[in-house]
Design a protein around this ligand. Structure first.
Ligand code: ADP
Length: 151
């Protein structure tokens, strides 16, 4: 018997959860794409955040629903608006890695008031996008903690 309280045991469990077990596949658009392409991809892939990558799959930007909504409120032709002028770009992008703790990634989402983090892996060309960690992934982990309570 460890003498730990229920809440300490729960904390121990949470601190074992890793990004690698909960992230989703990334949905990306090329940095040459336009706002219309990005909106189409967002609808077809049913995601709220798109990652913008170069021809090597290296992260260059992030596009949220509101970035695209804001762009859509203007009068311009959306096929004439390149995503690279409306995206949030490096070095402002908050990222995570497969081996990060889910709780640390969650804290990043909360502190920066964002919905998703790209899961990246360093390569010689830059940060390769290998996944997507969203608030939905964290909600699922939260639900699983209760479901897996086998007593
Ligand atoms: P929404 O804008 O649809 O509410 P978010 O809250 O995720 O969605 O995004 C808020 C702003 O933060 C947007 O301008 C978006 O480009 C930016 N953003 C989203 N994800 C990240 C991230 N991982 N790192 C840095 N900025 C981000």
């Amino acid at each position: 018997y460890t003498g730990k309280t229920g809440s300490e045991l729960l904390t121990d469990k949470i601190k074992k959860l890793s990004v690698r077990d909960y992230h989703s596949v990334p949905v990306v658009v090329n940095d040459q794409a336009n706002a219309y392409d990005a909106i189409t991809t967002m609808f077809l892939e049913d995601v709220g955040t798109l990652f913008v990558v170069d021809q090597h799959g290296i992260l260059v930007g992030v596009l949220s629903r509101k970035d695209l909504l804001r762009t859509s409120m203007g009068q311009q032709d959306l096929t004439e608006v390149p995503v690279h002028i409306i995206m949030t770009r490096l070095p402002k992008i908050k990222i995570c890695q497969k081996d990060d703790l889910l709780i640390d990634a969650s804290i990043k989402l909360i502190e920066n008031q964002i919905d998703a983090l790209p899961v990246v892996q360093e390569s010689d060309k830059g940060l390769e996008v290998i996944g997507r960690l969203t608030k939905t992934n964290i909600t699922k982990a939260f639900v699983e903690l209760v479901k897996n309570e086998d007593v």
